[in-house]
Design a protein around this ligand. Structure first.
Ligand code: URP
Ligand code: ZN
Ligand code: ZN
Length: 472
């Protein structure tokens, strides 16, 4: 791989922006210098990436993806190979996906199986969270081993999906205690799944089977209630750190903000779909067109200022991270199950390819700064999940994961434009955003440039993560 100079760009970090050149040696960044500084090799001496007029940002870190996730008899449509290739196209150089365990299964067996699926397949570096869907003595006993031996520093619990991943309050409390004691982070899918299941059954019985009823039966109050409960349980468990995933509703954000104002160790993530798409404009479309937008938490009403509040939450740091919850399903043999009603449709939206571009649009429209874009999409996710400073920031010693982003171009998302996710549609079809991913470097290797994708499946490495960099 050798040495590369990324020359002529503006380096962005959470603390500022500088005209700077970046020297890469093999897999690492070795210098971030004043432009054309004497320490740099002379032009022509080593490989160069011309970043003139561009932003030079850390490779994106998407801490919430579901490649080839089994859901009932279906599996999400991106494999580790196709999904990490799409991620690379989108300026993402690290993903954190999930190994999972359900009732009756052994945690470390599920982890081993997930390793077998991902190994040799990924184009970019990857790590795992561990979902615990069956909290019992056996699974609790396995949690410390995850951090001590396996390089996994976060567990995910569900307050939704009774019968599969759901945990009751006692199980959640126990798991939080054990994870907290081990110095791990508890991630929470915060929706009141018991109440939601009642509303779902009532809707289906009344013949309300269209996709919009997926959203109407998961009201914001039930996201807020579960968020509140998770916050209280984390306090009772010993003020353990808590990370709320895919937060979509203003009312849930209020719960997070209140907890943070009280000095609590509560962090939250939102996703591009909640910042841009809505119940009325997308989920309410007829038939399979609406089903394409079924995900949980659901898209929210555009009449209730959720999107405005979420952007404000990102500015204020009540929302610390933007991830995608990338969980794609095709229309054919997937979302077309809407013919049996919304409860038969697999939950999930694809977006790993477009997060960097979509959140940059928030810079263009004045919602957040360039620095905050990098902080929420690269640096904070790396810190919170124990990967910083190796990932998430352009500093000497870090892995040379770098994206050259050209603000002068535009990008049209979707099948009529840029689309590499393994989906027969795009939730982002027809949206044009400012800026374009120009070059992507992963551990010192140019994996995307004007000539296309060069990164091959198998070059991505499993990342053993440290304990999370959050208050304990
Ligand atoms: O709809 C979603 N979010 N599918 C993926 C599973 C989850 O709950 O994160
Ligand atoms: Zn979830
Ligand atoms: Zn998810």
């Amino acid at each position: 791989m050798g040495r590369i100079v990324v020359r002529g760009g503006t380096v962005i970090s959470p603390s500022g922006r500088w005209r700077a050149d970046v020297l890469i040696d093999d897999e690492r960044i070795v210098a971030v210098t004043a432009p054309d500084a004497a320490v740099l090799p002379a032009a022509g001496e080593v490989a160069e990436v011309d970043a003139t007029g561009c932003y030079v940002i850390p490779g994106g870190v998407d801490v919430h993806t579901h490649m080839q996730l089994p859901m009932g008899d279906l599996t999400s449509s991106d494999t580790f190979a196709s999904g990490t290739a799409a991620a690379a196209w989108g300026g993402v150089t690290t993903i954190v996906d999930f190994a999972s365990q359900q009732v009756g299964e052994r945690v470390l067996d599920g982890l081993e199986a997930r390793h077998a699926e991902a190994e040799g397949q990924c184009v970019i570096d990857y790590a795992f969270h561990q979902t615990i869907g069956g909290v019992d003595d056996d699974s609790l006993a396995a949690i410390p081993t995850l951090i001590e031996r396996e390089g996994i520093s976060s567990i995910k619990l569900f307050m939704a999906y009774p019968g599969t991943y759901y945990s009751d309050d006692g199980q959640i409390l126990r798991a939080m205690q054990v994870a907290g004691e081990a110095g791990m982070l508890t991630m929470m899918h915060a929706e009141n799944g018991i109440a939601i299941d009642v509303l779902r059954a009532q809707a289906m019985a009344a013949g309300d089977t269209d996709a919009i009823h997926h959203g109407l039966t998961r009201p914001p109050e039930l996201e807020a209630e579960a968020t509140h409960r998770a916050v209280q349980l984390a306090k009772v468990a010993g003020n353990v750190p808590l990370y709320i995933v895919h937060l979509s509703a203003s009312q849930a954000l209020e719960e997070v903000a209140r907890a943070r104002h009280a000095g609590r160790n509560v962090l939250a993530e939102t996703c591009p779909q909640y910042l841009y798409l809505s119940l009325e404009d997308h989920l309410a479309r007829p038939g399979v067109e609406g089903a394409a937008y079924i995900c949980s938490t659901p898209l929210r009403s555009r009449h209730d200022h959720h999107q405005k509040d979420l952007w404000a939450g990102l500015r204020r740091d009540d929302l610390a991270v933007v991830a995608t919850d990338h969980c794609p399903f095709c229309l054919v043999d997937g979302k077309d199950r809407i013919s049996e009603g919304f409860t038969a449709v697999p939950n999930g939206i694809g977006g790993v390819e477009h997060r960097m571009e979509l959140i940059y649009q928030g810079v263009v429209t004045g919602e957040i700064t360039l620095e905050r874009w990098v902080e929420t999409c690269c640096t904070t996710p790396a810190r919170v999940f124990g990967m910083h400073p190796r990932k998430g920031e352009i500093v000497p010693g870090a892995d040379a994961d770098i994206v050259v982003f050209d603000p002068r171009r535009t990008t049209t998302l979707g099948r009529a434009g840029k689309h590499h996710m393994a989906m027969d549609h795009s939730p982002w079809e027809g949206i044009t955003v400012d800026g374009a991913i120009d070059t992507v470097i992963s551990r010192g290797e140019v994996i995307v440039d004007a000539n296309g994708l060069h990164g091959r499946p198998g070059r991505g490495r499993f990342l053993r993560r440290d304990r999370p960099a959050v208050l304990r």
